[in-house]
Design a protein around this ligand. Structure first.
Ligand code: TYD
Ligand code: MG
Length: 439
């Protein structure tokens, strides 16, 4: 529970708005001239692509993420690069000037022309932004430490976070400043998370990754100036974040093709195809109830694939413990991963490896039918680029010519049961099917 003081009173008169003066709006036509927004590019192409082509003057970008994931590192590297072209300012509410300098030294940015300040009072920051010849790019790290002195509540509460952001966004819009707000995702209710700001800002990016892994993924979830679901991939090194321009290579780097229970999924993240390895482990349940554990995928979706395997293909897997993992710490949201997950599960059950030269994609319906998915061609092209020579894909109604990618032999399947014989011929899968039929 967070106490919030009541502020402005709501108009109560019969008319709703009271008696204030009003002037009717002047409407304009859609066809009028509109100036294209010149974008501010950082030169860090993973970031520029995720934002849909750079920062927009007057636009506000929110970067959310768990504490310690690397948000401050990312924004510092960003302003370091941007400062070569634009007047940039970095306002830290969490670290002292010395701490930020120390980090900048470590990142090799000691000589970047970034204006640095440690401050938390929005009034002062606003005045600095509004000054003549003020900054063109401003980073606030983090918005949860900022406070507006006209409100009684403590910094970090919903009221403070919203009010601070509102003031800063207003000035940014008026002065054409590209504003970047950092927000910590919080588990406790005491501090407001970045979600309370999502409706106010133009672009929402989340910086995510498993703490133990070195990969970090910047994902755009809302963008008024570009596509969403775009991702940027970074590698956290001793000298800060490094760009990963070919993520598939990275996600498949430690793959051992000859092991059962793994399958390579050809996915699409935003506008870019990304290949990832899906790993499954299946074993008889030790205690009465079977365990299900999923990392990087939707557990409800796994339950559905398991149910379809059991009900439509006669694969008896319900009494087994099932563990599923997306290698490399990526999180997949695409239904197109269903078929690859099913392949990993069947392979884990049978002990027979999925052909290591094959990529798999396709959505599975409740009747066991394999449904076609978008962008088959770019998935296949990426697979060919990385040396895969085989693909197991849905038999769609699209012209076959569009699916022909040089060097990739295609196996089309229309029902999940046709996947089982491909590498589930081992007796551990088959006799169960026979037994089921006899019952
Ligand atoms: P930080 O940017 O402070 O996280 P946030 O602002 O999201 O809370 O990053 C914290 C982690 O990043 C810290 O645990 C150490 C690691 N790190 C590196 O591995 N290499 C580096 O060069 C830097 C600056 C940080
Ligand atoms: Mg930080």
């Amino acid at each position: 529970m967070v106490e919030e003081a009541a502020t402005a009173s709501v108009p109560t008169s019969a008319g709703g708005l009271g008696r204030g003066k009003s002037r009717a709006l002047e409407f304009v036509a859609l066809s009028g001239s509109a100036e294209g927004l010149p974008r501010r590019l950082s030169g860090i192409s993973e970031f520029d692509r995720t934002t849909g082509g750079g920062l927009v003057p007057g636009g506000c970008t929110l970067i959310g993420g768990d504490p310690g994931i690397g948000k401050s590192t990312l924004v510092l590297q960003l302003v370091g690069r941007l400062s070569a072209t634009f007047r940039t300012a970095y306002v830290s509410g969490e670290e002292s000037v010395d701490q930020v300098r120390l980090r900048a030294h470590r990142l090799g940015l000691a000589n970047a022309a970034v204006e640095l300040a440690a401050a938390t009072e929005v009034r002062d920051i606003a005045a600095a932004m509004d000054a003549p010849n003020g900054p063109q790019v401003v980073v606030i790290d983090s918005i949860q430490t900022m406070f507006v002195d006209t409100l009684d509540s403590a910094p970090g509460t919903v009221a403070q976070v919203r009010a601070s952001a509102q003031v800063l966004i207003k000035i940014a819009k008026r002065r054409g400043i590209s504003l970047l707000l950092v927000g910590h995702v919080t588990k406790e209710g005491l501090i407001a998370g970045p979600r309370v700001l999502e409706h106010m800002v133009d672009t929402v990016l989340y910086f995510e990754g498993e703490r133990g892994h070195q990969f970090r993924i910047l994902r755009s979830v809302k963008n008024r100036f570009g596509p969403t679901d775009e991702i940027g991939v970074f590698d956290m090194t001793g000298e800060g974040l490094a760009e990963v321009s070919n993520p598939s290579e990275l996600f498949l780097a430690e793959r051992r093709g000859d092991v059962s229970g793994t399958a390579v999924f050809a996915g699409i993240e935003g506008t870019r195809p990304v290949l990832v390895e899906i790993q499954a482990l299946v074993g008889p349940a030790a205690l009465g109830t079977a365990r299900r554990a999923v990392v990087g995928w939707d557990s409800a979706r796994l339950a559905m694939v398991l149910a379809v395997l059991e009900a439509r293909c006669g694969v008896s897997i319900g009494s087994h413990d099932v563990y599923l993992n997306i290698a490399g710490g990526l999180r997949i949201n695409e239904p197109a991963a269903d078929l690859a997950v099913a392949a990993a599960l069947i392979s884990a059950l049978s002990g027979e490896a999925v052909p290591p030269e094959a990529v798999i994609f396709g959505e599975i319906g409740l009747a066991g039918e394999v449904r076609s998915v978008g962008q088959s061609e770019s998935r296949l092209k990426e697979a060919a680029k990385l040396g895969f020579t085989r693909a197991i894909i849905p038999s769609g109604r699209q012209g076959a010519g569009r699916r022909n990618v040089q060097g990739v032999a295609i196996t089309e399947i229309d029902h999940l049961s046709k996947l089982v014989p491909l590498f589930g011929s081992d007796k551990s899968v088959q006799p169960l099917r026979a037994a089921k039929r006899n019952v």
